[in-house]
Design a protein around this ligand. Sequence first.
Ligand SMILES: [Zn+2]
Length: 497
Amino acid sequence: MRVAIAGFQHETNSFAKVSASLPKWIEAGILHGDEIVNEYKESKATIAGILSRLATESDIELVPLVFSRLMPMGNITAEAITHLIDEIVLLVREQGPWDIVFLAQHGAAVSELYADTDGEVAARVRAIVGPDCIIVTNLDMHANVSRKVVANSDIVKVYQTNPHLDTFERAYESADLAIRFYNGEIRPTSYLATPPLVANILKQGTDDRPMSDLLEFAKTELNNPSVLSVSVVEGYPYSDVPQMGMTFLAITDNDADLAKTVANRIAMRAWDLREALNGVATSTDLALTEAAANPERPVVLFDVGDNVGAGTPGDSTFVLHASRRLGITGLLQALCDPTVVAQCIALGVGAKIDAEVGGKADEMHGDPFHISGVISAITDGKYAETKPSHGGFLFYNDGPSVAIKTDDGNSILLTSLPAMSSSILQFRNAGLEPLDHKIIVTKGVHSPRAAYEPIAKKMYWLDTAGASTAALENFAYSHRRVPMYPFEEDTTWVLED
Ligand SMILES: [Zn+2]
């Protein structure tokens, strides 16, 4: 059995200003061959799950071809997407033939050339390997799944937790289905239901209702032994494409009618929950005021508008400005500002720094924020999180970073790269103890939860502006479907025949 692994993962925020250019992909690392195995085999990410299942088989020739992953940001440029897809196509063609090809994608990639970039990849690979090769596409729960992806894949598997803690398990299952299909034990048959429905990012936590109820309902479909897999896909509302929205995928053993019935049944349950799947965030001023008055600490605030995991610059200053206006201090937060990091590194630990930080990447994330204080630590911004974390990743790199204790009682971690808040080690690595702070500001909605929920005395999701704001009505979509709930409130959905 000859098996290939290839792919590139991008969650494209159409409203973010920084493009996913080829230099950015190269800087993030385009891995080949053993580099892929070495990077991921000890992780809990998708490729680890695939490798783990394949390792239980004898007589497999596994060929990792090419894989890359870039932080969410704006559209993938024409140059970058041509490079990424051409390389996959070339390697799949030159090193074939294959029995199974795994495409470890994300599912919400948008490029200047293809609105449905993930569908394009699956179609191009299918065109080379032909109908008899098994194609498995692995996707993130934030995928905007298109019919093209499903039509050109034999098996599509999607994480079912957000924060994403089951990446390994779902990938393992996808490989298991592929091997059973190869051995002639099953014949996977898929159906994708695509109601005109968006779930607000605030309602995408899978431990919270109504999403937890919906997933529970979907799981009951697996009681039917003919149902091989069901996926509830939350979708990614910041991609301005026709396939944007929630989708529901069922895979049965050679029963197209059953796949359709199951996918539609779960989709209809979600449609019935559509009001509960939408909602509004908390006022930043209110959250700060309540956090300051809370006798316990820390209180964790989620800066929804600057959700780095959703493609924002990580330098939003709205919360800092609001706290100063309200006279509230004791905040701990990371902020991307490579220029001031370089200044601080030149000054050294223990030096005084007076600077305007953050609010520089674009016009959407607030004005620079003035700080004066003492540089308490300088680090390379690299840390490894071995506890369960969003996406199952092990290695983090925020770029050279400096910790600053400000004269007014805040702790600011300046990073050189936009930094997610997936691990508490981000701060501890720089000598900042989250438990010692009154208020922790995280850059994310769900990705910080695995790290911060265990220590938070209370959590607030903020109504901050920015390229990932919860207020979807503030975005000027050009390509989404119309009508669509909640944008057009009286949208109706009738099942297709
Ligand atoms: Zn995701």
